[in-house]
Ligand binder design. Structure first.
Ligand code: URA
Length: 238
């Protein structure tokens, strides 16, 4: 792989920035400064540094995004803005896609990756990956809602939801729901089955990875190694 492509794919700098840095002697391969970034390297074997820091090679990229309202969980849409538009130009070239969907008006934790196998596996219903959501609703949740959700709510189309954990705020006007499945509009429909309506929905964790609250809505960062490990554990992939 070309050195400049490697640097940009690792999300370190654009090719232009890398070329400038290389001119200033800030890019090294196996300890030698390189000026010609069209040279090819083997990222699995060779050590590249940028500004004195070793670039860790990652075959796939995993991003945590704090999704804002108004964005579709997709890579393209004919009319509406999509979540991948919020990423940097370098990341946008890497063909990342969202791991699962959030409704357009749902905010919070969204993971994007170009690791198709991992995404497919963590989304498999068989894996029971936990997703936590904070919600607000119109009316106080009915008495016994916690038990009802634990037993499994039946949706208007007859679908019987798996057991979900409901932890309500003291005023019962919202709380936290933990699901291990992800049907279309699931939380909205679960709450609607109790004659109530969700007015706010935020995903706060996925596979044990909490939303980084230092990210503003629309901001993103790469997943840490620890977080990547949690994803792989959730998928049972080494
Ligand atoms: N449940 C919903 O109703 N919407 C979401 O976006 C996620 C879970």
């Amino acid at each position: 792989m070309r050195i400049d492509k490697f640097i940009s794919e690792c999300g370190i700098a654009s090719r232009k920035e890398a070329a400038r840095a290389a001119k200033a002697g800030l890019v090294t391969v196996d300890g030698q400064a390189v000026r010609d970034l069209s040279r090819h390297i083997d990222p699995e074997k060779q050590r590249v540094t940028f500004g004195g820091k070793l670039i860790e090679y990652r075959r796939f990229t995993y991003v945590m995004l704090n999704k804002p309202e108004g964005y579709v969980s997709a890579t393209e849409d004919s009319k509406l803005p999509v979540v991948t538009e919020l990423l940097s130009p370098e990341l946008r070239k890497m063909e990342l896609f969202p791991v699962g969907r959030l409704d357009r008006d749902t905010v919070g934790l969204m993971i994007l990756t170009n690791d198709g196998a991992l995404a497919h596996t963590v989304l498999s219903p068989k894996k029971h990956v936990a997703k936590e959501y904070r919600f607000k609703c119109d009316e106080p949740m009915v008495k016994g809602a916690e038990e009802l959700f634990e037993k499994g709510v039946t949706l208007s189309d007859g679908y019987e939801c798996k057991s979900a954990l409901l932890s309500l705020d003291p005023d019962r006007l919202g709380g936290i729901i933990t699901l291990t499945e992800g049907k279309y509009h699931q939380i909205k429909r679960m709450v609607a089955s109790t004659d109530n309506r969700v007015t706010f929905l935020e995903r706060i964790s996925f596979a044990g990875i909490p939303l980084d609250t230092s990210l503003g809505r629309g901001e993103w960062r790469l997943l840490s190694e620890e977080e990547e490990k949690k994803l792989r554990e959730a998928a049972n992939i080494q």
